[in-house]
Design a protein around this ligand. Sequence first.
Ligand code: TPP
Ligand code: MG
Length: 823
Amino acid sequence: MTNATAEETKSDARSNGPLSPDTLAKMNAYWRAANYLSVGQIYLKDNPLLERPLTLDDVKPRLLGHWGTTPGLNFLYVHWNRLIRERDLNMIYIIGPGHGGPGLVANTYLEGSYTEIYPPIEQNKDGIKRLFRQFSWPYGIPSHVAPETPGSIHEGGELGYSLVHAYGAAFDNPNLIVSCVVGDGEAETGPLATSWHSNKFLNPATDGAVLPILHLNGYKIANPTILARIPHHELEELMRGYGYEPFTLAGDEPDVMHQQAAAVFDKIFDRIAAIQKAAREDGSTDRPAWPMLILRTPKGWTGPKFVDGKPVENTWRAHQVPLDNVRKNPEHLRQLDEWMRSYKPEELFDEKGKLIDELAAIAPKGRLRMGMNPHANGGLLLQPLKVPNFRDFAFKIRGRGQTDAESTRILGHLLHGVMQANLDTKNFRVFGPDETASNRIDEVEVGTGKAWMAETLPVDENLSPTGHVMEVLSEHMCQGWLEGYLLTGRHGFFSCYEAFIHIVDSMVNQHAKWLKTTREIPWRKPIASLNYLLSSLVWRQDHNGFSHQDPGFIDHLLNKKADVVRIYLPPDANTLLSVSDHCLRSRHYINLIVAGKQPQPQWLTIDEAVAHCTTGLGIWQWASNDKDGAELVMACCGDVPTMEALAAVVLLRERVPDLRIRVVNVVDLNALMSPDDHPHGMDNISFNSLFTRDVDVVFAFHGYRWLIHSMVHGRANEGRFHVRGFNDVGTTTTPFDMVVLNKMSRFHLAIDALKHVPRLRSQASDAINMFNRKLYEHHTYIREHFQDMPEIRNWSWTKDFSDPAAPPPLAKGQPRAQLFTDS
Ligand SMILES: Cc1ncc(C[n+]2csc(CCOP(=O)(O)OP(=O)(O)O)c2C)c(N)n1
Ligand SMILES: [Mg+2]
């Protein structure tokens, strides 16, 4: 092919497409403006419109940020703008490679959203200068797409979650389109690799659409990406295998790319409209092959091609700052000047520094601008969750500690009520990695079902294309969907095995950061809290053993900012109901509820439970005999520790009837902290009124014991706290053996108590010997009988201690286990 023919072909391609020459020129100019402003943010602190040649004084002393991904993000933004205008789309944009922050800041500035939200960033030369200076500047704005960025619900700093966030946003939002760029490096992460399967849960009739764009710019930080280096047909097959209809757009000639992009997006959006019409108007129930785009553009597109003799554009060298030595190398400074001028800023901004009217006119207006879309500031759309009166679901205890119940199953009744109450507004979903039934809250499925668009078989139960319980065996997906759902103004609940919630530790960190940061951003409105129920707990892993035993998520969360995190360990069903009601109604927190699913003694009436949860911790008078001043405090937090602590109290009072014991139960873990460290914390006077100043405290804790030690650090005589908890010893064994192995059994607690009450030291040895003998008996019994000793299995709180408020005991012959609400 001769050169002339190649030029002709290019020119044909430029005019060959849906864009008129005028629109094409404007879109390309708009893109240039976004690229110009992006480069300016990375490099400049002055001379924002290049009115004079660049000098060192114009350049920031530290060059920070990411260029490589940015031109591709900007390219898409200008195309979304056209589609939003032409098709009146309600669209938000989620950016996996959120390190391309300058691009999103530039675009929201160009469309005017940025200035409306941050008035000092004016639409003029001064405004551009401030825009440049603030970027990656101390006390300015972060380099990533961040909570500060208008239109964003996704930070994108920790890669892997863009697509799940996109789907979470789209569920129950039938009019929303979520465009989502997945970096080709990001696509290598585990969470992202499984996120593609979200399309098996998206109902085209009742949910919105997600358009994934796999951005094959070929590189990560210093390496190629896998998906860019497999044959194209293999990649397309992969996407087909995930159930998508892949479209491809590849090239580097801007005008040609604009035409081809417009053509392919027209096809894609027609396809989305057809899928939705088929489901919504023609009654199709098929799982559609949703379109997705593979976008191949050079990394660092339009940036310097060579630097210091080495190729940069279209290589990994374009990832961050392509000319990184501008301050010391005059050639770099010259190249920067040349690069920025290549966008022809004088054609884009008027003499005052305002984007020229013809270009400003091609952006959408008002709330259709992606920077102003209320779905990206979900608190604006948040409707209160309708929560039925939780007292209606109360477990009626008969005889304190005499009836057992599966606390989480009772919570399931409440969650079912919540689900039903909100089905009309469709703003509540329950998420879990196939543990809803296992955690015994599966009543929530009744009447809605579990979301499922894939094949069904007669053996399946409760699967439904309109289900609002989301089950997929990926904690990452559950977490990501829920975050996307919450961030767009809805409510949700995540139930998970305690040990495996750690899989999302890092995602929780990111969400906690988001909540913390947005608290300080006035235009961001509070969203619903992220509620966790952790069940299948460390102490009761009869089927599974050590792999399933880890209560450390509590420790993980406690490190987060106190204004974001709340941790509850309700000891029984009624406290679980009260705590859950509170969490479901709350805003902008991460609430962690730790509650067992196995039959456990039930302690408090609903009124007592509400009172106890309101204070967060308190003396259980009915279990204490400390009227004349406590000699020992037996403290407990968590359902199994509470049972062991009360059993220890019985043992002690049987052996040493005049021992004055105070029982303190903790529901709200944060209440143990100082008010300086947590808003729920207690001052020393209140703390001492419960734990005294000097009496020894034996503390049975659900999790790792160091956590309690660190929480009571600084309290009066902190050395008197003797904490027992999970000591990382686990296996498949009997329930009681677990507490024995970790030295938290009633016998261990009782021995601790005897050792720490001064007046008993000389006479405690008999009792201690006896408790040690019991431990030995247990040791041999379980090896022989494969279950706990009858006195352990059949243990219940004694009726002998006076308890005027105690509900009446069970009638003779009535079974101990009362598994269902009898209200
Ligand atoms: C989970 C995670 N691991 C590592 C990083 C560090 N990191 C930042 S950017 C990047 C490369 C990203 O490549 P890609 O997704 O292709 O984005 P792009 O090429 O568009 O910049 C890496 C590894 C990260 N941000 N998150
Ligand atoms: Mg890449």
